[in-house]
Ligand binder design. Sequence first.
Ligand code: 9D3
Length: 252
Amino acid sequence: MRFAVITVLPDLITATLQQGVVGRAVGSGKITVSLHNPRDHTQDVHRTVDDRPFGGGPGMVLKPEPVGLAIEEARKSLPDAPVVYLSPQGRQFDQPVARVWCEHGSLILLCGRYEGIDERIIDQHVDEEVSLGDFVISGGELAAAVIIDVVSRLQPGVLGHPSSAIEDSFESSLLDHPHYTRPEAYNGQGVPDVLRSGDHAKIARWRRQQSVKRTQDRRPDLLLEANLDNADKQYLQQFDGPGPTSTKAEKK
Ligand code: 9D3
């Protein structure tokens, strides 16, 4: 997978590229990331990348020419990559979007700063606009780092164990089960007996039930997408309250 990132703050991306899973993916050549700074495409002594908005108002806007030149530079090495603009106005990024982007083989990630980028850049260069969610971050760089991480994890061989990629939350539409390690007692709290029983079928069943119950409690929206089997459904039934259609009055 090949990424190009257009950013006026490249240092916010480089930390991600040097550490952990993404760091190893870069080191082994499974992903490549090039950085393109609009400031390197300015002509004036101050290397100006921003200016005041037409129509007035607070804040600054990224100027179109340096951003456009940085995109064109990135395009030379990734001619077929869609240009993705990270912005609060985009549709929300999720695991299915990441899987589709994997198929492209390359991505150009465009990071905004200040109030945003001149709209003509979006009209002329941007294929997709995505947001991480309904909260405010100071620019697109941390969002681009998240996207590089998510998409890199989907590349063959990037995760140590192939089943890790499949078992990741949201691939199965179920939340993860709890995890425990040594010591056996921490601040007086023990570990569930089943995990020390050595009965691997029983452990697998317990973990599945924990996942299913947590998903029902915390993310019932995900449960609609999950493939629950009869054993899962039967397990959940014990937590059913007297629903509105099962009251004595309505049963008649
Ligand atoms: C005044 C209105 N704000 C827009 C909602 C101003 C504003 C806030 C944050 C303008 C730009 C930004 C910078 N944010 C991003 O570039 C960004 C972002 C985000 O803030 N939240 C979630 N996902 C993303 S992706 C890029």
